[in-house]
Write a protein that binds this ligand. Sequence first.
Ligand code: GDP
Ligand code: MN
Length: 380
Amino acid sequence: KVPRPATELDAPFFTSCQEPDTTAERENAIFVMLARNQERHKAKKTIKSIEEHFNKWFNYPIMFLNDEPWDPRFIADLNKTAGGKGIFEVIPKEQWTFPDWVDQESAKKNIKAQGAADTPHAGLEGYHHMCRFYSGKFYQLDILKDYKWYWRLEPDVDFTCAITYDPFVQMAKHKKVYGYTIALWEVGTSCPSLFRTTADWKELRGVPSSTLWNAMIEASWMPFPFRRFLSWVSHRDAYGDAWSLCHYWSNFEIADMDFFRSQAYQDYFNYLDKKGGFYNERWGDAAVHSLAVAMLADPQQVHHFEDIGYRHAKFYQCPANAPGGQLPSSPSLGKKAWSPEIAGGIGCRCECNGKKTHNYQSYCLDRLKEPNTPKKRWFS
Ligand code: GDP
Ligand code: MN
């Protein structure tokens, strides 16, 4: 077993490779991939990769979601790639459309304008529905209500290390609610008013800014257990009135749906939804999830899967186990705390190219990890 600095609060669940325990009890969990029919080949690539690196041992079901009827070729191909574990569902229309209070005509005009202004994806109506869906409606789907945990997949993903233990079981065991691999900054033009609206919601729910904060949480005097403002994700501003734009990149997520189904989270989502920002701006589910986790989860309930090799688009996380792989990020300890041979235990049989790692360690990742280190700057 590879030693890890004792002060680290969010260590990997295991180091090096395990003998996959194929008979162990599973969690109530499912993979979910939202995709379009024309993404068949890219979807296959992802499923092949997760099957080879994890699911051939653990055999969790894989639900494919689409807002349109599935092309039979997609179903045939992907079910084969998923080793027969595929479930193919169509999202009910009411969970993939403008809410009643949004004026569709002006929203559509607005979407066109956002596209013309080159905000990524913002010119596509479907993309806005997708962001709203993943921000809130997803957690209410009837077809998912019997599951507690999900692992989100997207077309065009590579998993580059063997995952030889069950992340769902470990998340449950360690009382985690949210797990991620890559941290990134959001495109500011997609969400100019998201943080202000989030702060408004927080204030509306009567969150004080006094030092009585923790005592009040402990005494359950507050309707929801907000953590002290949002300084975890905010930009060196104790009051959190600006946001660094750092967020967990949500195309990879392993999370507890009950967190997102909670009254507090759904209230937050509904508040955002009422403001129309999923259409008048292009609020992303990654930003929304991240802000919610910062407010509503304890830092120790968040897990960085730094042992999972992951690539999507041009972004990589390549664990230290790979040649040239990324040393573990320990903002309070610095990279010096790690020698390459100690860190080499982070990950199992990683086959990624360490030189291609792009996880923006110092800019975003370290800031998001800070609450899980002894420095705990968010308390200052
Ligand atoms: P990016 O990762 O933010 O660059 O955006 P993607 O194009 O990868 O979209 C994110 C996820 O939503 C992927 O799983 C897509 O397949 C899915 N997605 C986006 N728009 C649509 C849509 O209109 N219909 C369906 N069915 N899926 C969509
Ligand atoms: Mn994507």
